[in-house]
Design a protein around this ligand. Structure first.
Ligand code: B1M
Length: 214
C-alpha cells in the first residue's frame, strides 16, 4: 500500500475525521482509483475496527468515531464513485431495517445505485416494516433492505411479510444485503435477490429492471 493509503487506513482506524478527509483527497490527487481508496483505505480499516471491537480493544464510541471518519471520506469520494447525467432507470426505496442503526453500507449501496441511474428514496435507519409498506407507490420498482446485526435479519423477514400482507408483494422486487445476510437466507425469507456489496447491488437492481422490461 502507498504511504498516503496507509495514512488513510490509520486515520479511519483511529477515527481522525479531518485526517481522513485530507488523505482521501490526497489519494485522489495521486490518481488512486476511487474504488481502491474505498475498499483498501476505508472498508478494510472498518473491518479491523470490527475485529478490535470483538477482541474487546475497541468499544462503541471508538466504532462510532471511525464510522464518522469513514462517512466524511465517503462524501468526498461520492462524486467520483457515481457517474452523473444518467436518466433514472427505475426507483428503489432503501433502508436499514427496524432495530438496526448501521448505515454506512446502506449509504454506499444508495450511491452505487444512483451511479447506475436509479432514483433512490432512502428511508434511513431503524425503519419499521410499515414504513417500507407505506413507501410503495406506483413508481417504486425495488425495495432494498440492509441489516448488519444477526438479530435484525429477522426484521427483514418481518418486512417482507408485511409487504406480502399488504397485497403489494407482486408490485416490487425485494433485494437484501448486509454482513450477516447470505443468498440462502435471502431465498428462505422470500426476497428476490441478495447482493454481497454495493457494486453487486447495482448489478442486481439493473437485472431486475431488465427482467421486468422483458
Ligand atoms: Co456495530 N456491529 N454495533 N456499530 N459495527 C458490527 C456490525 C459487528 C459485526 C461488530 C463486531 O462485533 N465484529 C457487530 C454485529 C455482530 C452480529 O450481530 N453479527 C456489531 C454490534 C454487536 C453492534 C452493537 C450491538 C454494539 C453494542 O451496542 N454493544 C451496536 C448495535 C446498534 C444497533 O444497530 N441497534 C452497534 C453499533 C455500531 C455503531 C453505531 C457504533 C457503528 C455504526 C455507525 C453507522 O453505521 N453510522 C458500528 C459500526 C461502525 C460497526 C462496524 C465496525 C462497521 C460496519 C460498517 O460500516 N462496515 C461493524 C463491523 C464489521 O462490519 N466488520 C459492526 C463498512 C460497510 C461499508 O460495510 O455495512 O457490511 P457493510 O456494507 C457492505 C455490505 O454488507 C453490503 O454492501 C456494503 C458495501 O459494500 N450491503 C448491502 C450492506 N447493506 C446492503 C444492502 C443491499 C445490498 C448490499 O441491498 C439492499
Amino acid at each position: 500500500m502507498s504511504e498516503v493509503m496507509e495514512a488513510l487506513y490509520e486515520s479511519v482506524l483511529e477515527g481522525e475525521r479531518d485526517d481522513t478527509l485530507e488523505y482521501v483527497q490526497k489519494s485522489l490527487d495521486e490518481g488512486i482509483a476511487p474504488d481502491v481508496i474505498l475498499n483498501k483505505g476505508m472498508i478494510d480499516a472498518m473491518k479491523e475496527v470490527g475485529q478490535l471491537f470483538e477482541e474487546g480493544e475497541y468499544f462503541v464510541p471508538e466504532m462510532l468515531i471511525s464510522a464518522r471518519a469513514m462517512q466524511g471520506g465517503m462524501e468526498i469520494l461520492k462524486p467520483h464513485l457515481i457517474e452523473s447525467g444518467i436518466e433514472p432507470e427505475g426507483k428503489i426505496v432503501l433502508g436499514t431495517v427496524k432495530g438496526d442503526l448501521h448505515d454506512i453500507g446502506k449509504n454506499l449501496v444508495g450511491m452505487m445505485l444512483e451511479g447506475a441511474g436509479f432514483e433512490v428514496q432512502d428511508l434511513g435507519i431503524d425503519v419499521a416494516p410499515e414504513a417500507f409498506v407505506e413507501a410503495i407507490t406506483d413508481d417504486v420498482d425495488i425495495i432494498g433492505l440492509s441489516a448488519l446485526l444477526t438479530t435484525t435479519t429477522f426484521s427483514m423477514e418481518a418486512t417482507i411479510k408485511a409487504i406480502q400482507e399488504a397485497g403489494l408483494r407482486s408490485k416490487v422486487k425485494i433485494m437484501v444485503g448486509g454482513a450477516p445476510v447470505t443468498a440462502d437466507y435471502a431465498k428462505k425469507i422470500g426476497a428476490d435477490g441478495y447482493a454481497s456489496d454495493a457494486g453487486q447491488a447495482a448489478v442486481l437492481a439493473q437485472s431486475f429492471i431488465e427482467e421486468s422490461n422483458g
